[in-house]
Ligand binder design. Structure first.
Ligand SMILES: [Zn+2]
Length: 543
């Protein structure tokens, strides 16, 4: 009679498939008593996966194997030891090393080629079971979908919520109204404006809404929302299948997806968030944009407007392909000084402009947002203009003094002319003398008047505050209205050309100069003059 121990294991989620721990224990105890041995210890891992080696009871067993706790050890099946054949071998080898006898499924395991063979067979059987289980869970998923129950794996698309299964209702999906509103907004904007996915993503990032995973909105999340069929009310399952990839491909790509036969595909209905029409419109636009942007050369929104702060040359856009013939490309604005030198084929370090080049989308979005936020915002604009007024007041005061001097000179000139004319008509002056003197005075007057106009133009025209307020309100109102009507690149560019004078770029700052007509009346008829406004905005703040 020998001392015997037993080891039993089931994992939590497979109680049904594996039987309960009780049935295993019952059977092993029976085997031990039938074989006429004494049961000395039971090792039980209840709720532990066979995929891992660090199970409490198994650990204890491996420790006890060094002491004399038992002579024999009973397992219900090889896959109870471990699911993996390699792991099974390790444990078996350990047990054999300490001279233990092993009984698997009622049969004694012998250290013979046949014994090894038998274990391998048992192991393979366990693998086979595993594969069968995977198939069963796919079948379970299919079964669910066939009944119209979403097989979500716990995740639902953004804008929906999952209601767990209850006694009288299966698991189902409902609309999360707050998030559904965000989805609708994304669809409306993409379908009805010229805002693309990148800009849309940026808008989402500065909005209050968070993506379902928390964190930051990404381009792919927005794209996923725009293409998800759930939003018009259908979730499609089994639309594609993974097959081994063939042909030329990057080494890490092992699979590719192919469309499944329609007969294999399944669809379930969920509450819709957008209309099918709107969804289709978005798909058409996605298709179009894919085509357009792949082929069209990149257009530069700010070409001709950006100037280098260091040498006054203009910054021009240029595009580089990520790789020859590839689709990915880099677009930058670069100081023309360097480009010209590059084209001419020489490039002396000391002659090169040290000003950086800047990623096109960064500066374009930055300038656009600055213009929309600063110029279309009456309060901000008023602050800018008041600042400008304080800055120029001293200089203007000096000009005004000069202007007064010129006015005095002009009055004197007029008086002299009058006196001359009086003398002549009284017959006290010879005609030729009179004409010569008069010509001189006329010339003097012309000179003075020209100076007067020049000075008047240099002085910043600052009407009284109430007039400024009115002008700004009219101006901002008109521009806002215009911005809301902009639908394409050309409109956006024309708008910037009309509103901006120049953008001066230096390493860390953009100086955006624009025109704000302060003299305009409500009628919009009179445009006295344009005062120049400038705004200094660090790039980092803009973008
Ligand atoms: Zn430069």
């Amino acid at each position: 009679m020998k001392t015997a121990a037993l080891y039993a294991r089931v994992s939590t989620d497979m109680q049904k498939e594996e039987g309960t721990i009780k049935s295993q224990l019952f059977e092993l105890r029976q085997q031990i008593s039938r074989d006429g041995h004494t049961l000395t210890k039971e090792y039980v891992d209840d709720g532990w996966s066979g995929g891992r080696m660090d199970r409490p009871a198994l650990d204890q067993l491996r420790q006890d194997v060094r002491a004399n706790v038992f002579d024999m050890i009973y397992f219900h099946a090889a896959d109870r030891i471990a699911r993996d054949i390699e792991y099974q071998r390790i444990i078996i080898a350990e047990l054999l090393k300490y001279g233990k006898q092993i009984v698997i499924n009622g049969k004694e395991y012998e250290q013979t080629p046949e014994g090894k063979m038998m274990l391998t067979m048992l192991g393979l059987f366990a693998e086979y079971e595993k594969a069968k289980f995977a198939e069963r869970s796919v079948r379970g998923r299919r079964h669910k979908v066939r009944q119209g129950i979403p097989a979500t794996g716990g995740n639902v698309p953004y804008g929906y919520a999952l209601v767990s299964k209850t006694d009288n209702k299966p698991q189902h999906i409902i609309v999360n109204e707050e998030r559904a509103a965000v989805v609708r907004w994304i669809y409306e904007i993409y379908a009805n404006t010229e805002i693309g996915i990148n800009e849309l993503t940026r808008q989402m990032q500065i909005s209050q809404a968070l993506p379902s995973h928390g964190g930051r909105w990404s381009r792919s999340t927005v794209h996923f929302i725009l293409t998800n069929t759930a939003y018009y009310g259908e979730i499609h399952y089994y639309t594609v299948r993974r097959v081994p990839a063939t042909g030329s491909r990057p080494r890490h790509v092992k699979f590719k997806t192919v469309e499944r036969d329609p007969s294999e595909q399944m669809t379930i209905s969920v509450p819709s968030i957008v209309s099918r029409e709107l969804w289709n419109k978005v798909q058409a636009k996605l298709e179009r944009n894919k085509r357009v942007y792949r082929n069209a050369p990149r257009k530069y929104l700010l070409s001709g407007l950006v100037q280098c702060a260091r040498d006054g040359k203009s910054y021009t856009g240029y595009t580089q392909l990520w790789e020859p013939g590839g689709a990915a490309r880099y677009s930058h604005y670069q100081c023309n000084h360097n480009r010209k030198m590059h084209e001419a084929g020489y490039s002396l370090e000391k002659d090169r402009c040290t000003n950086k080049s800047i990623v096109a989308s960064r500066i374009e979005v930055g300038v656009w947002l600055a213009v929309v936020n600063e110029i279309l915002n009456p309060a901000r604009l008023k602050t800018h203009i008041e600042l400008l007024r304080t800055r120029t007041r001293e200089r203007d005061d000096e000009y005004r003094k000069k202007l007064k001097g010129i006015e005095r000179e002009l009055r004197r000139n007029q008086e002299q002319k009058q006196r001359l004319l009086d003398l002549y008509t009284d017959g006290n002056k010879a005609r030729d003398m009179f004409e010569r003197k008069m010509l001189n005075l006329d010339e003097e007057e012309r000179g003075l008047r020209q100076k007067q106009v020049e000075l008047a133009n240099t002085i910043t025209l600052v009407p009284d505050p109430s007039h400024i307020r009115k002008s700004i309100a009219v101006y901002c109102g008109k521009l806002s209205e215009r911005v809301s009507r902009i639908v394409d690149f050309a409109g956006k560019r024309q708008f910037l050309l009309d509103v901006l004078d120049s953008i001066i770029f230096d390493d860390d700052a953009l100086l955006i100069r624009g025109f704000v007509p302060l003299g305009i009346q409500d009628s919009g008829q009179e445009r006295a003059r344009r005062a120049r406004d400038s705004m200094r905005c660090p790039v980092g703040e803009l973008i």
